[in-house]
Design a protein around this ligand. Sequence first.
Ligand code: FES
Length: 171
Amino acid sequence: MAERQENFGYRLWRYDGAPGELIPLLQSAQDHFGYIPRRAISYISSVTGIPESEVFGVITFYSQFRLQPMGKYVIRACAGTACHVSSAKVIRETIEDELGIEIGGTTEDGLFTLNTVACIGCCSLSPVIMVNEDTYGQLTPALVRKLLRRYRRREEQAPKETTVAGGGAGP
Ligand code: FES
């Protein structure tokens, strides 16, 4: 039990066989790891008796669950109405093209994750994106490419350190 406590979140090692616990168990794993790793799927399957394929099916059904760690920089591209009418789609496509990922994806180097959000709350600046806690508005494709390249350049110039999900200020 001690190993379980050390390797998994509280709810996981306290699981007592109660029915309907799969979603909370998955949430616990994601809270603990930042995503749901393969070993957590195996563990959840072994303690609940639910086949791994079923656990995997539930994870992929709900968009809230991630099978990959988040990037160091999480980009939230606004898809709200004001941004939508201000070419948010073009901005999103530019980000996808620049980073080589789609919505929900993370770059291979673990630097960027791209998500969408309904409204960031500063519609007058549309189209808007957030990179971690920093907000950038009135974007054009050229500006967003420049911005992403600045983040990447800063990383290349920074002394090597462990990538931490969600950290870092804007460049
Ligand atoms: S719709 Fe994009 S900030 Fe509100």
